[in-house]
Structure formats: structure tokens, C-alpha cells
Design a protein around this ligand. Structure first.
Ligand SMILES: [Zn+2]
Length: 227
């Protein structure tokens, strides 16, 4: 009877996963996969009026907790670990309807989380649009000669880097004159000068920047002056 040593005292009903072939002391059914010990005597679940419960393996904490909350009758299922000489929890037995209600609650939670993610994504997209608009407007204020489409393209590029993850204060800083100007310079450098070709042909970055500085300066002045 070693494997049927008395399980630890718990509040609530305890059902044991049998390690050895045991038969029910009342009805003789067996061997039993699950049994209840009363005064050291094994009985089947039907004889102790737990036969209608369904097994929920451990692992999903929220589902387990809610299933037990929903279930008028429930039991903890344990199995004796010989190596550790102790009973270990395997799951719970709960009413089938309770498990179904608990699953619905968990699904509702998952659905609520999914909806919140959609709302958050939509809000971030709106913020990105506002940020891009503000950035483009600031470019046009500082550089009236910058073509409108070009200002939007520069702003869109900046907002991909700027607004999404870094938050509002950083987005505000990104709209400073220095930040806006450096975004415009970067665009002019790449689109209106041979900067990229110079880099690709092995010209060091500082040398490449020095060579194109004149063109950048002329373009910026023209845009600043509005033509
Ligand atoms: Zn029985």
C-alpha cells in the first residue's frame, strides 16, 4: 500500500491518479485510473459521486482558477512522485459546464486583448499621421521653396523613425528647427547630390560630405528663400 500513502491534508476534495492497479472497495470496478481514498480504502469516482466531473490538466492558471470558481463541485487531482516522495498536483476535476463557462471567459479576455491591440495600433497610426503632417508643415515653414511633395516625403521618413516608438516628448523634440533642418539636409544629400555614389565608390564619409557641401548649401538657401 506504499503508493497509497495518505496524501497531504488539503482543503477540498483530493482525487489520486493511481500508480498501481486498484479496484473500488464498493463496486469492485477497476483497475482505477482515478480514485479517492477514504480511511485508506480506494473508491471509484462514481461511488463517491464525482464521476460526472471532467479532468482539466494543470498548465493554464487562469482557466483552472475560473473553472473552479464556476464549478459547484471540484477536486484536485494528485499523483504520487516516488522519487520525491510526495504528491504532486496534476490538474483539477470540474463540472463540464463550469469548464465551458471558464473557457468562454478566457476567450472573452483574449478577444478583449485583441480588440485593445487593434485600438492601440489605430491610435498609433493616427499619431503618426499627425506627426507627419506637423513635420511637413514645419519643413514648409522653414523652407518655403521645398516642393510640397518633397516635404511630405521627408516628413514621412522622419516619422517612421521618430514618432512610432519614441513617444510624444521625443516627437516634439524632433520638430525643433535643428531636427527638421537635419532631416532636410539628409534628404538633399541623398537625392540632390552624388553623395551615395561617392560612398559606394569608397570615398570616406567625411570626404564625401565635404565634396557635396556646396551643393547642399545652395539647395538649402534656395529652399529657405522660397524658390
Ligand atoms: Zn465504485
Amino acid at each position: 500500500m506504499a503508493a497509497l500513502a495518505t496524501p497531504p491534508v488539503r482543503t477540498g476534495l483530493v482525487v489520486i491518479q493511481a500508480l498501481r492497479k486498484k479496484h473500488c472497495a464498493d463496486c469492485g470496478n477497476g483497475p482505477l485510473a482515478l480514485l479517492v481514498l477514504e480511511d485508506g480504502v480506494p473508491r471509484c469516482l462514481d461511488c463517491v459521486d464525482l464521476g460526472h466531473l471532467v479532468f482539466l490538466p494543470r498548465g493554464d492558471t487562469a482557466l483552472t482558477r475560473r473553472s473552479r470558481e464556476e464549478s459547484g463541485l471540484s477536486a484536485v487531482v494528485v499523483r504520487f512522485n516516488r522519487r520525491r516522495s510526495r504528491y504532486e498536483r496534476q490538474g483539477v476535476l470540474v463540472e463540464e459546464a463550469a469548464l465551458a463557462r471558464a473557457e468562454e471567459r478566457c476567450l472573452a479576455d483574449a478577444e478583449a486583448r485583441r480588440r485593445r491591440r487593434v485600438r492601440d495600433a489605430r491610435r498609433r497610426a493616427m499619431e503618426d499621421v499627425r506627426f507627419t503632417d506637423a513635420f511637413a508643415a514645419e519643413i514648409r515653414r522653414l523652407f518655403p521653396g521645398c516642393p510640397a511633395g518633397r516635404a511630405v516625403a521627408i516628413a514621412a521618413h522622419a516619422s517612421v523613425r521618430g514618432s512610432g516608438r519614441v513617444g510624444r516628448s521625443a516627437a516634439g523634440r524632433a520638430l525643433s528647427e535643428v531636427a527638421v533642418t537635419s532631416a532636410v539636409i539628409a534628404s538633399v544629400r541623398h537625392l540632390d547630390t552624388p553623395y551615395d555614389e561617392l560612398l559606394m565608390s569608397g570615398v570616406p564619409r567625411h570626404e564625401a560630405r565635404r565634396r557635396i557641401a556646396g551643393v547642399v548649401e545652395v539647395t538649402l538657401r534656395a529652399w529657405r528663400d522660397g524658390h
